[in-house]
Design a protein around this ligand. Structure first.
Ligand SMILES: [Zn+2]
Ligand SMILES: [Zn+2]
Length: 349
């Protein structure tokens, strides 16, 4: 089988070949049908996250071992499984939940496998779907997609559950406008799910005019140019006094400034994006304005189950998806790095 692997951080992925592995125990082998390319693949390929002020978070120190097959948004067909894998059948087309924990640490025991202290995430800490085949450790991470299109379903594994998990943290979803910062793959997915979850209305903040236009097409109530000097004031005006909830899919010093300055008293700032940087806060204003700052990292298996239920009832989120052959993965990653992707690019065999 072919696998596109990160062998040296900062270099393009290499196409390596190895015999297709055989599933043991509870393992399930999937023939990959679709693999979405996510912005965090770029951080993984770089090997670090920017912590601001010249500091870096090294992925090698967090347990990433090379060579590693990237790709964490995958749909595949079940082609084999181990003797202990139950409730699965050959030929089933399934979405693989990549956010896999150790199963024994505190967060895992509480059901928050995505917050595991020793993560095994597919395509991050173990081999993912930029390959002909991939192994999933247990059928509990597989969700049958029925007649849904594999390439349109694949982004649910990261982009879908990440935005769903963030939207679930908004107490005022149905009653007040929600501010969404960034209209890339995650922002547009969030906008689509916000509608499906009967959200009140959405205000989208974005620097790129083409992406603002895409957000308008996706029925954002308002769009704000993040480069405008009065961007935060525009949000305060549009929300009649400040935002109750801002979800930030960028996570840069600049986006945090806008989000933080536009909050209402009692408002909530939910950070999802991993662009990087740092930010200085005036501490007395946190209690005086009763603000909540909450990070949101992908989603739980429970949230993935809920999201798949929502999609079965209401259809796939209408997010722009383009497909490219798996062999073009490096070109697609460069395109994403240059900011030239609207929606999602999904690799197919
Ligand atoms: Zn991702
Ligand atoms: Zn764990």
């Amino acid at each position: 089988m072919r696998m596109f692997q990160l062998c040296v951080c900062g270099e393009p992925l290499r196409c390596n070949e190895q015999p297709t592995p055989e599933p043991k125990g509870t393992e399930v082998l999937l023939k990959v049908l679709a693999a979405g390319v996510c912005h965090s693949d770029l951080h993984l390929a770089d090997g670090y996250f920017d912590l601001g002020s010249g500091k870096r978070l090294s992925l090698a120190e967090r347990g990433m071992k090379l060579p590693l097959t990237l790709g964490h948004e995958n749909v595949g067909e079940v082609v084999a499984f181990g003797v202990e894998a139950k409730g699965i059948r050959i030929g089933a087309r399934t979405l693989a939940d990549p956010w896999i924990g150790c199963g024994t640490c505190g967060p895992c025991r509480r059901g928050d496998e995505n917050l595991c202290r020793a993560m095994k995430n597919l395509g991050v800490f173990s081999n993912g779907g930029y390959a002909d085949y991939m192994m999933v450790p247990h059928p509990r991470y597989l969700f049958e997609i029925g007649d849904l299109s594999p390439e349109r379903a694949a982004p649910l594994a990261c982009s879908g559950v990440t935005t769903f998990g963030a939207l679930k943290k908004v107490p005022t979803l149905a009653t007040e406008p929600t501010v969404i910062v960034g209209a890339g793959g995650l922002g547009l997915m969030c906008l689509a799910l916000h509608r499906k979850m009967s959200g009140h209305s959405a205000i989208v903040v974005e620097i790129d005019p083409a992406k603002r236009e895409a957000a308008k097409q996706a029925r954002a109530a308002h769009v704000v140019d993040a480069r405008a000097a009065d961007a935060a004031q525009q949000i305060i005006d549009l929300t009649q006094g400040g935002a109750w909830a801002v979800i930030d899919f960028v996570g840069s010093t600049q986006s945090t400034r806008i989000a933080y300055d536009s909050l209402s008293k009692g408002g909530k700032y939910i950070v999802v994006g991993l662009f990087g940087g740092d930010f200085t806060l005036s501490l007395p204003l946190i209690p005086m304005r009763a603000l909540t700052i909450q990070g949101s990292y992908v989603g739980t298996v429970r949230e993935m189950t809920e999201l798949m239920g929502l999609v079965r009832r209401t259809g796939l989120p209408p997010v722009p998806v383009a497909t490219r052959p798996l062999s073009e993965v490096n070109a697609v990653m460069e395109q994403l790095r240059a900011g030239r992707v609207t929606g999602r690019v999904v690799l197919t065999p």
